[in-house]
Structure formats: C-alpha cells, structure tokens
Design a protein around this ligand. Structure first.
Ligand code: ZN
Length: 456
C-alpha cells in the first residue's frame, strides 16, 4: 500500500491524501486551502493526480478544509461515489452551497475567481454514499479481486465526523480525520484507536497546546457571555456554523432556559448555514451523547431557547443593526475570512464597549488571527477599521483534541501504531507532538510534507 499527502501538510487546511493498493486508488478527503482569502490561490492549482483515475473517495467530515475541493474532482472527470456518514453528506451540502455563495459574492465585489459552481456541487451531492459507523465495506468497486476494506468510527469532532480504518494488502491503516475535544457536548466521545495499526495518519492541530482544564464548559460559556456584556456593548462571536454554533446554543439553552443564569439580552444567530445545520442535528438523535439524548427524550428542543433570534435572510441580518446593545451576535465565518461576521466587524470593532470573543482555531493569515494577535488596524471588506473593542479568546470550546487527548488516543490502546504520520498542524504543533511521541513513547513518527509518498 502506498500513501501520498496532497494537503494539510505542515498546515491545517486542504486535507487530501491518496491511498493506492493494487488497482484501487482511494482519496481520503479533498479540502479547501484557507487563509487570508476564503478561496486561496493554491486551490486553483492543478490537482497532483488525475481525478479520473480514482476508484473511490472517502470523506471524514463536513468541514470546508476536508470537503472544499470535492467539486474539483467532479470537474476533473471523477464520476464515482463519495463515502461518508449520512449526517456528513447532509452537512457537506450546506457547506459547499455556502462556499459557492461566498465565492460568487467575492467575485462580484472583488473580482476574485470562482473555484466551482452549483453544477459541480450537485455532482458531489448526488454521489454521496452513506455508510454507518462500524460497518465494514469493501471499496474494491472495480472488482480487482484485492479487498480494500474501510470502516468508519465516530471521531467525536463534529456531528457525523469519522476516522477511517483501512484494511488492504495485508496492512491496517487509520486516518484520524480531525479528533474531537474531550469534553464536547452533543457529540459522542472519540472511539478508541483500533489495535495492530501499521500506519496511523493523525492530525496535530493542537499538537503543542493544552486546552484550559478545571472549568466546566457551561461555566466557560456563562462567564464569557456575562463578561462580554459587562460594558453594555455588543458581544460578537465568530463561530463555525457547524458544531461550534450548535454546542454554543446547546449550552446557552441550558443556562438560559433551565438555569436562568444569563442576563436576558437578545442573542442573534446570524448564519443561515448554522440554522440549516441545526436541522440536520435534529434529524439524527442517534448520534447524540448520553446527556443530549436525555434532554431530547424529555422533549426539549436542544437548539432553540427564549431570546434566540434566527436570522436566515439578509433582511433579518440587517435588522440586527437596529437592536440597541447590549446584544450578542453569533455569525460565521469562524475565522472571519468571509461571511456575515464581516459586516458586524466593520460596524462594531471600533467601539471600546464591544467585545469580540474568539472561540475557535484561527489559521494563519485570517482576519480572526490578525485580531487575536493584537492588530490595531485591520482591513475588512476593503475598509480600514480601527480596532478598539476588547478581544478575548477561549480555547476550551475548541472542536479539536488538544495534545493530551491526541496522545491518550494514540498511546492508550494495547499496541502503539507501528508508524505515525502527522498532518493537519502548523509546523510547530506537529513537531512538538512528534517529539513527545518519540521521546516519551518511543514511537516512529514523521511529520509529512506536501507531495510525500510513503509505503506501508
Ligand atoms: Zn474539522
């Protein structure tokens, strides 16, 4: 078996790996490269393989950096299936439709090139083949006679997310996809890593970082909302539409509706994608963890509460401006590299009474990262904006596993994977994690480079 890395190599976006075994050529994810621009130049470069030569594609989860270049495969002539969980298939549709909208807007407004259209997105959506967790499936679709077995396990990262076990050519390989944070609500915990793994390809987003511990998530949310509103201004929360937003609403529902712990201020959910994603969450209660299942069975709507205002249309969004502070605005994109949060940023960043609360990972080059790094002036939608509002960050709500969780996951089983390849991390994160795995556990670790091909 041979594995080649064509994305998320010494960076956190653009996930894409090719697995070849006999006549089978299977791609794991094909995500968008993201940075300062929603659609980075790198996405427009020719794919380093011929999409027509692929025999199947497997998708770990619906984040744009894992699904954002799937339409390019269709554009390049791939006409096979995309295997993933049913929830990922539905969420990926929302993510890709949203990407088309953002690219069209960027094209009209700034003349930026469009990477793909509704046509290619429809080509992907039609060819999703749902697979349930734990089901073994032979991807030797070309009937070469060489089995290529895959099994999806719950990665606990976002709704529907999976890590992938591959058995082919007498070897067992696991792709972690993205691993979930240990204490995330709604989603179940990451399933254990299978034993006797010959090669593990593992993410390392937070390979050098430990999330804050000690404080419960509900307390974090309570504190960040009350603290963010203490000056009577606007609390802006850029939030990934999928998972982070549902988790936040789930916690707020508990704090406001059940515990009455948060002041009664309007909370705007200004993200059609997040509203759509909540519908998918409602459709698959079988994915819920124990606590969410309990609330669901008691008849509680987990993704709504008094005071929550859903803004689907642009008109709804504009109405937020007319509501006087204090108010909370939750809007995408999570790294502020597009989406409705930008309009609010232009309006509210320059007022010292307001707060911008960062709750997710901010990739290099994004507006969110610039603000987090303390920029005093930023350019938002071609406008120069003075930054006077308070910028705070909370890491405990991350959808990603931290260093401890990754180490526990890799080393917690009966046997250590024979070889570990780290991807999906900025160089420092991957290197620090590699060092820990080598020095503390004697693991054989490689931090992958773009274009690297390894034999298993
Ligand atoms: Zn992800």
């Amino acid at each position: 078996m041979q594995i080649s890395f064509f994305g998320a190599a010494r960076e956190v976006t653009g996930s894409c790996s090719l697995v070849e075994s006999g006549h089978n050529r299977i791609l794991i994810d094909c995500g968008m490269f993201q940075g300062g621009e929603f659609n980075e130049k790198k996405n427009h470069e020719a794919l380093p393989f011929d999409p027509k030569s692929l025999t199947a594609v497997v998708v770990t989860h619906a984040h744009l950096d894992h699904v954002g270049r799937l339409p390019l495969l269709v554009k390049g002539g791939y006409d096979g299936f995309f295997y993933t969980t049913p929830a990922t298939a539905e969420l990926a549709k929302l993510v890709l439709d949203d990407a088309v909208e953002i690219m069209k807007y960027d094209n009209r407004k700034f003349g930026r090139p469009i990477l793909f259209t509704e046509v290619e997105v429809a080509g992907v959506i039609q060819c999703f083949k749902p697979l349930n967790y734990g089901e073994e499936y032979d991807l030797d679709l070309i009937k070469s006679g060489e089995k290529f077995l895959i099994k999806l396990y719950d990665a606990g990262h976002i709704f529907g997310s999976a890590f992938v076990e591959i058995k082919a050519d007498g070897k067992k390989v696991v792709f972690s996809g993205d691993l979930g944070n240990a204490q995330a609500p709604i989603v179940r915990d990451t399933e254990s890593l299978p034993t006797d793994v010959d090669a593990l390809i593992c993410e390392s987003t937070y390979g050098s970082h430990l999330h804050e511990t000690g404080e419960k998530r509900a307390e974090i949310v309570e504190n960040m909302i009350t603290d963010g509103l203490r000056q009577g201004g606007v609390l802006m929360i850029p939030s990934f539409a999928i998972e982070r937003t549902q988790e936040l609403i789930y916690e707020l529902n508990d704090l406001i509706d059940r515990k009455h712990k948060i002041p009664n201020v309007p909370i705007f959910l200004d993200s059609p994608m997040a509203i759509g994603a909540s519908r998918v969450y409602r459709k698959y209660p079988e994915y819920y963890d124990e606590e969410a299942t309990k609330f669901f069975k008691a008849g509680d709507d987990l993704f709504n509460f008094p005071g929550l205002v859903m803004c689907e249309s642009r008109d709804d969004s504009r109405k937020i401006n007319k509501t006087p502070p204090p108010k909370v605005i939750i809007a995408g994109a999570g790294m502020m590299n597009g989406g409705r949060i930008l309009h609010h940023a232009v309006r509210y960043l320059s007022d010292a009474r307001n707060t911008l609360l960062i709750i997710g990972y901010q990739a290099n080059g994004t507006l969110g990262r610039q603000l987090l790094d303390g920029a005093k002036v930023v350019t938002v939608m071609q406008e120069r904006v003075q930054v006077k509002c308070r910028i705070t960050a909370v890491g405990g709500l991350s959808a990603h596993a931290d260093q401890k969780k990754i180490l526990d996951w890799i080393t917690g089983g009966k046997s250590l994977p024979k070889k570990i390849y780290l991807n999906h991390g900025e160089p420092e994160s991957s290197e620090v994690l590699a060092k820990r795995l080598q020095e503390d556990f004697g693991a054989k670790v490689t931090v992958v480079d773009f274009g690297l091909t390894v034999k298993v």
